[in-house]
Unconditional design. Structure first.
Length: 335
């Protein structure tokens, strides 16, 4: 059978999969960058020109390649990183890396060396050949327009679906930079409708984040990073970042929506695991929150995330009407 226009041979003739088979093959969420990018996911990072998307990727790549904290808050899993760079020349990238103090750790493919369009088949070969665990595309908008797609054409999003499938098939994190439409006046916030390109593009990624300058800055170089959906990150999650024009560093200063900082979540997660492993009973998230003297909503989110990452078990109990009652316990609990 001939490959399609994106280089893949369509799978045909496979029998339907049952829910039990899907769940048996399900892999727990594994964060490559805590709360931002999961293994097997394609993340779209959309921002205004000059918002610092490229330096954000370089700092993230540096942290992942070393297995160090990103923005002083986000745990990373050490992995090899490949960047397909279509927006910066080799000289511009080298100048930026010099200012950032990054002298090793990850690899580049540049537009001037023949990587000026999005070729999913070639990218797949490079990932597998190099043993990469994370791929960054800077930027998806440039790579797709150079391929001849109109940004208003629904086909503009088709390769992104292929990239998302590739992330899932190879079990890697893929982060794609994208541009935002120019606002009328000062941008107040980033919404999913601001992402430039066909409206079908936002449906192709696993998760979407928006990066923009804060309309009412609380400190110097204040940027807002907001989760716009859809699968792994918490929709509406807001992080207040501080950038630096001196060394292009990024720091996660605070969070919005009554949330807690990622390192505090890690500490709370450890406390939840300690509690449920020491108790010989199933507990609701409210009971866990009360025992740990923490916000009930924080406890609920922590329990849900620990369940999705395979660290807690969950059961439904009779509630006497109304919403179902869910209880959490250690994975070794008897049923």
């Amino acid at each position: 059978m001939r490959p399609n226009q994106h280089g893949y041979i369509p799978d045909v003739g496979k029998v339907p999969k049952g829910v039990d088979q899907l769940l048996a093959n399900r892999r727990p969420i594994q964060w490559v960058v805590d709360s931002f990018g999961a293994r097997g996911a394609c993340v779209l990072l959309a921002g205004d020109s000059g918002a610092g998307k490229t330096s954000f990727l370089y700092r993230m790549a540096d942290a992942i390649s070393k297995g160090q904290l990103f923005m002083d808050q986000l745990n990373t899993v050490q992995s090899k990183v490949l960047i397909v760079q279509a927006d910066e020349s080799q000289n511009n990238a080298a100048d930026k890396l010099q200012l950032m103090g990054i002298n090793a750790g990850f690899d580049f493919l540049f537009a001037e060396d023949g990587w000026n369009t999005l070729d999913v088949s070639r990218i797949s070969q490079e990932i597998q050949k190099g043993g990469y665990g994370a791929l960054f595309l800077d930027s998806l908008t440039t790579l797709l327009t150079e391929r001849g797609y109109s940004m208003r054409d629904p086909e503009f999003a088709r390769p992104l679906y292929d990239i998302n499938n590739l992330a899932s098939q190879l079990g890697v994190l893929i982060v794609c930079n994208a541009h935002l439409r120019k606002p009328e006046g000062t941008r107040q916030e980033v919404s999913i409708h601001d992402v430039i390109g066909s409206t079908t593009q936002v449906g192709a990624a696993s998760d979407i984040w928006g990066l923009a300058s804060a309309p009412k800055p609380e400190f110097d170089d204040h940027y807002i990073l907001k989760c716009l959906g859809k699968r792994n990150c918490e929709h509406g999650q807001v992080w207040n970042l501080q950038g630096s024009l001196e060394d292009f560093s990024w720091q996660l200063k605070s969070v919005g929506n009554a949330d807690v900082l990622p390192q505090q979540k890690q500490e709370l997660s450890a406390q939840v695991l300690d509690l449920v492993c020491s108790e010989n009973e199933w507990l609701t998230s409210n009971q866990i929150g009360m025992s740990l003297s923490c916000n009930p909503e924080h406890a609920r989110r922590i329990c849900k995330n620990l369940y999705l990452t395979g660290e807690l078990e969950r059961q439904q109990r009779p509630s006497g009407g109304g919403r179902p009652l869910w209880v959490y316990g250690a994975k070794t609990f008897p049923t």
